[in-house]
Design a protein around this ligand. Structure first.
Ligand SMILES: N[C@@H](CCC(=O)N[C@@H](CS)C(=O)NCC(=O)O)C(=O)O
Length: 227
């Protein structure tokens, strides 16, 4: 049985969970919250060389990094695929996954999470509003503008859900948990696209499991219609 270590509401943990659900791979879940002092287990440094979540264990095989985990699951259970067969579509999916982790998460979601949740609620450091304003005013418009051009259909690449949709949407779920909204008047394609991916069965199956953590952290969840 496969084990996923992480927090269900984390951007990168959700990528691994949704991929496992999509592929009907059974897994158990171990909660690890790296930002919570004293939380990670004693052997965490061995399981996660970076200290970050998620980590997956499949028997005696341990693997960190959400993309590596998703690609492992793709080989373990090829159907349904999260990577298209077509060479260009395949490459574009890898591009969107890299953009999700390297740009959307690093430049928008992570700083907003750090400023609005980790700082004030866990580290006792007040929100630096200048950082939040910089993200919202200077960083995010270029990213949302690009995604608005790319999200004209139900899926970012091809005609089925891929790693691209899982990685991009997972970021915007956390973004909205934090109380930030995608302006549907300014970004109508993106807003509609994200609603559609959130409504798919794998996301709908895992999102209720996030609720206890969402409630505990005082996050927003109205946009998900989880009730
Ligand atoms: N490249 C890594 C990034 C993982 C990552 O940044 N995880 C975040 C949660 S979404 C984390 O562990 N944050 C805790 C910390 O920064 O201490 C992956 O894709 O798994």
């Amino acid at each position: 049985m496969l084990t996923i270590h992480g927090v269900p509401l984390s951007v990168h943990t959700r990528k691994a969970i949704v991929t496992a659900i999509l592929k009907k791979i059974d897994y158990t879940f171990e909660v690890v919250i790296p930002v919570m002092p004293g939380n990670p287990p004693a052997n965490w440094g061995t399981l996660s060389p970076t200290g970050l979540i998620p980590v997956m264990q499949d028997g005696d095989f341990t693997l960190a990094d959400s993309t590596a985990i998703c690609l492992y699951l793709e080989r373990k259970q090829p159907a349904p695929p999260i990577l298209p067969a077509d060479i260009r579509d395949y490459a574009r999916v890898l591009w969107f996954d890299a953009y999700a982790g390297g740009t959307i998460f690093r430049d928008v979601v992570d700083p907003l999470f750090a400023q609005t949740i980790v700082g004030p609620n866990i580290r006792d450091v007040p929100t630096d509003k200048a950082v939040v304003n910089d993200v919202l005013t200077n960083v995010q418009p270029k990213i949302l503008g690009y995604l608005e051009q790319q999200s004209t259909g139900n899926f970012l690449v091809g005609d089925a859900m891929t790693l691209a949709d899982i990685a991009i949407t997972s970021n915007f779920i956390v973004y909205q948990y934090l109380g930030f909204e995608i302006d549907a008047a300014r970004y109508p394609n993106l807003a509609k696209y994200l609603r559609g991916i959130v409504a798919t069965a794998p996301f709908q199956k895992t999102l209720p499991d996030e609720r206890p953590f969402v409630d505990q952290m005082g996050l927003q969840r109205d946009f998900l219609s989880l009730d």
